[in-house]
Ligand binder design. Sequence first.
Ligand code: TRP
Length: 442
Amino acid sequence: MGFILAAVGSAVGLGNIWRFPFITGQYGGSSFLITYLAFVALIGFPAILVEFVIGRYTNLNPVGAIRELGSGAWNYLGWLFVAIGFVILSYYSVVAGWFLRYTLIGVIDGYTLAGPEEAGQLFGTVTTGLDSLLFHAVFMALVIGIIAAGVRKGIEVGVKVMVPAIIALLVGLAAYAFTLDASGAAYSYYLSPDFEYLLANWTSILPAAAGQAFFTLSLGMGVMITYASYLGEDRNLASDAGVIVALDTLIAVIVGFVVFPFLFAAGIEPGGPGASAIFVSLTSAFSTIPGGRLIGIVFFAMVGIAALSSAISILEVLVSYLIDEAGVSRVPAATAIGVAVFLLGVPVTVDLIFLDLYDKLADGILLVLGSLLLALFVGWVIPDIAREELQKGIGDLGGLGTAWIWIVRVPIVIVVVVSLYLGIVDYADFLTGSFAEWLAAR
Ligand code: TRP
């Protein structure tokens, strides 16, 4: 039970609530949704099993696990995990800080915004300068504190409360959104697939869906290896993975049923708001819904807890690496790494272009690369160990283990290689386009 809670706590976070609606809006709504769902089912699910078998077989942290099972160049995989963790956590903490700030805004002033324009202005204030920096610092301090103290229990309780609360609030908000006049248009944007659009834009939709799938499931940097290392041999890894994937995907999909109707009702282009999508749509909603202030406070606070349980899963990988490699003890390791991560995040509080710079790198390239290497490792280096490990607690199931190995060996590798290539092309476009323009304007 502790394992499922910890893994769900890691998976459910800003990826579902903040990143999913923002990316879905940017990549065409329904066309993105369908690609993302296919990716989660066909690649995310087998890929989570890849990390589970490594973790449970070795009972080690990701870096130690790869070292025990592999040799030579595979040992560098640990470095990749650490690099990914640094980049992701640095901006994750900044965004989580925004949720803390929005909680406080509800407590102090309530959400009394005249309309979407004012909501956009508020977002601008919250996300730049000292305001953003301060809450980034507060969030990182919480993460460091929890990891330094090594408290597991508190987190499990947090997850037990947070996940049902978030689902209940989202379902309630989605029901309210259903009553808006604009909901019909929003549902068709979100749900009726536009295959022409998909065909015309698949080269950008595919890498975006791949990155989002790995990000939201906490894959590609060894987090799930860590959690599975605590598991007993009697657990059925496939059904545990199924629960985690289903819950995580369900939450993201419901968020779409909340965000898009409110955006359409406010007359906002779904692709327009980018990183502000969830904030602009919800603060306008909380300004008008009866009881909106209380609902808003609880909602933003719950997302803050969700972000905390995800962030600690990332810092834990970095800290356990330093502890094992350098023999540093827990408190100084957590403090040193936490402060370094905080500093890396500072540019994001200065200008949101850095959010894109970090997020596109980590998500479009690094996580996809991490998952690719893990799939190659399991599929081609330790296939027999992996198959046997999967079958513990499950049984043979008519060759399911063998089928899984072949899925990991070939189709996953092909799709992920294509996604990685397209992600690199996209990032190069960003660096020579928007980012170069931003630099030139300085
Ligand atoms: N999955 C988390 C979310 O959706 C974020 C996260 C936690 C993560 N651990 C990770 C992302 C490891 C990538 C890798 O918010």
